[in-house]
Design a protein around this ligand. Sequence first.
Ligand code: FES
Length: 117
Amino acid sequence: MTLNVTITFLPSGRSATVRAGTTVLEAARRAGVPIRTRCDGKAACLMCKVTAPNSSSGLSPLNDNERHKLAGLDRSGTRLACQARVFGRTVVEVPEDPLRAAVRKQMMRQAEEDELW
Ligand code: FES
């Protein structure tokens, strides 16, 4: 019997029901949630960082690869989407793409300037 679990991605609120043991990265792809990668899941690029707000989430514990890569970061709840696996109902937060954030910030600045005229 295969156990299926549901993972929800914030801030979009999209979710996916996947087989237990699926990586967060693969679940995100199934949910249509973009997570940046450059190493294609080999724990090398560190671009796939997500946050699991609840430490008692349904994610696998840190594996050696992930623990080693995240050692320099002092952010609790940070996980690598390509390494963390889903074993129970969980919620993870995906950071905004830096390019998209820069564009949004510039557009807000432009809108504020337009209001002055
Ligand atoms: S995809 Fe590169 S570290 Fe996770």
